[in-house]
Design a protein. Sequence first.
Length: 105
Amino acid sequence: MGNSEFTVDMGKRIQKQRKALGLTQEQVAEKMNISVQSLSCIELGKKAIRPENLCNLCKILGVTSDYLLMGTKSYDQLKGISQKFADLSDEDMKIIENLINRLTK
């Protein structure tokens, strides 16, 4: 059975968040009570994650299931960025707006 694009993309998000938190696969696997090999397969998109493990992983990584499953950012994830935007000058805000428009085309 080949890797689906969905499980590969989800695995990349899991790995990215794990690394952003400075956690090893061993640490996360231990907290999830699964093997390091299982977590590695999940991160590579070779294996689907069980629903109960997904809930636990979301807590460990501090993200929503929507983010891991679909890549959708939560309000809390975006809140920190919006607070930083509030401190920018009008000129800097225009630069950021142009950059976002360019990246989302």
